[in-house]
Design a protein around this ligand. Structure first.
Ligand SMILES: Cc1ncc(COP(=O)(O)O)c(C=O)c1O
Length: 371
């Protein structure tokens, strides 16, 4: 059994993908070809925002908006310690400081009531709080209504990290539409993944969209060789765009299949493990289905047992970011974010992708329910 089975999906759309790839080979516009523009239009429509800027990875999708907002030394950016390194890495790359705020023990997303404390801490350290990056962890959008209230009061720019959340919703609004700008990733294992690296940025702000397009291509202007700011090489390959166009066609159905599997897990897993909590009117894209054990020992024992039954599991995330060596210079220590630390100790994820058969689901549930 695979943790994520990309082959099953490929077999469904193989002919269409082959056709798309052939078409790119015949027109030969490998960089910023017509598929890139077609995809950006379709993604913007899907999310319900005015502008989509595709780019080379989810990491660049986070970096480019921060560059566009001139985030740099002396600035503070607030985020969760319970996320993938990329969320905070981009802040450090620009010379700004990350100030972490702890998470909810129920959803594992950033707890808005911890944000005010983070703002105060930033000021005490002589930093200017400029932005916040909430993360839609495991596919569940963060609590944007409350985050926005705090951001508005404190003049903070909101950058939604929807790398895992693409396909999720709150009250009919799609992930990617929250915040001033949103970033997503098309890494193959993500809910909408390509066959390599890729990402996209979403916004309704036309002026910022133009700046971000310029940063994506070396800070260029309408004249490619007239560079008006420092940028990066952050373009999405035409091949990846062509593949994503076909994957987007089946994406809503895949989100529905993921939800069905998650509901079946939730209904039938009977052990003492805590199952995901999806608040009322929220839709998760179920990038992961994660279970919380009562202790580190219980989690590790369960994972060993599942492995003996040939059921793969993963830990997202073993070590919260404030305890990672890469962030030593931020001077955080153990117990600074007790909820993130405790969840890291006991969480693990079980196989989740749209093409898990009912037989596989029953095997997974049966093995988990064996005490
Ligand atoms: C929460 C989060 N942010 C950012 C990223 C970075 O995306 P990418 O791997 O496409 O650079 C990821 C992907 O792993 C992620 O899970």
């Amino acid at each position: 059994m695979d943790f994520i089975d990309l082959k099953a999906q490929q077999s469904i759309i193989k002919e269409k993908i082959d056709k798309r790839i052939k078409s790119v080979l015949s027109h030969g516009k490998y960089i910023m070809g017509p598929e890139v523009l077609e995809l950006e239009e379709k993604l913007a429509n899907y999310v319900g925002v005015k502008h989509c800027i595709s780019c080379s990875s989810g990491t660049d999708a986070l970096l480019i908006p921060l560059m566009a907002k001139n985030i740099g030394p002396g600035d503070a950016v607030i985020t969760t310690p319970f996320t993938y390194i990329a969320t905070a890495e981009v802040i450090a790359l620009l010379g700004a400081d990350t100030i972490f705020a702890d998470i909810y023990s129920s959803t594992y997303n950033i707890n808005p009531s911890a944000i005010n404390g983070a703002i105060e801490l930033a000021k005490e350290r002589g930093l200017k709080p400029k932005a916040i990056i909430p993360v839609d962890l495991f596919g569940l959008p963060a609590r944007y209504r409350l985050i926005k209230e705090i951001a508005d009061k404190n003049n903070l720019f909101i950058l939604e990290d929807a790398a895992q959340g693409f396909g999720g919703e709150i009250r009919g609004i799609k992930a990617g539409a929250f915040g001033d700008v949103a970033a997503t990733s098309f890494f193959p294992a993500k809910p909408l993944g390509c066959y390599g690296d890729g990402g996209a940025i979403f916004t309704n702000d036309g002026k910022l969209a133009n700046i971000m397009k310029s940063i994506r291509v070396h800070g260029s202007s309408s004249d490619k060789y007239e560079n008006i700011r420092i940028g990066i090489n952050g373009r999405l390959d035409t091949f990846q765009a062509a593949i994503l166009l076909e994957k987007l066609e089946i994406f809503d159905n895949e989100i529905m299949l993921r939800k069905k599997i998650a509901d079946y897990y939730t209904l039938n897993i009977r052990s003492k493990l805590k199952k995901p909590l999806i608040p009322n009117e929220y839709v998760s894209s179920y990038a992961q289905y994660s279970l919380l054990a009562n202790s580190n020992e219980e989690r590790n024992k369960k994972m060993v047992y599942l492995k003996s039954k040939d059921i793969p599991t993963m830990i997202y995330y073993k070590k919260p970011l404030h305890l990672q060596k890469a962030f030593n210079s931020l001077n955080y220590s153990v117990n600074d974010f007790p909820i993130a630390e405790s969840i890291s100790n006991s969480i693990f994820s079980i196989p989740m992708h749209p093409y898990l058969t009912r037989n596989q689901q029953d095997r997974i549930i049966g093995a988990i329910n064996d005490e």
